[in-house]
Design a protein. Structure first.
Length: 90
């Protein structure tokens, strides 16, 4: 049986970490949850226009990456990434 694991990691000035968000039998459900969580993260930073750097931000079918480089000395980068991987389980 194949399952789809939605994994998220982040590295922000306040915290860093990673987590398995969920395991799905259906890839479409995993993709929908990944896109919804990424949209919520984008909305959180929406008060700052052009927050995400184009060269550090991309979206593929099974991965979303949001990134912003430091803008000044002492400012840290902000990175969020979601990834779906297929695993075979018994």
């Amino acid at each position: 049986m194949c399952v789809y694991v939605l994994h998220r990691y982040w590295d922000t000035p306040d915290s860093e970490g990673n987590e398995v968000m969920a395991v799905y039998e259906n890839m479409d459900n995993a993709i929908a949850d990944m896109r919804a969580d990424a949209a919520a993260t984008k909305a959180y930073y929406s008060g700052q226009p052009n927050f995400w750097d184009k060269d550090m931000t991309w979206e593929e079918e099974l991965e979303i990456h949001l990134g912003r480089n430091a803008r000044s000395f002492g400012e840290l980068a902000v990175i969020y990434c979601w990834e779906i991987v297929e695993k075979e389980v018994q």
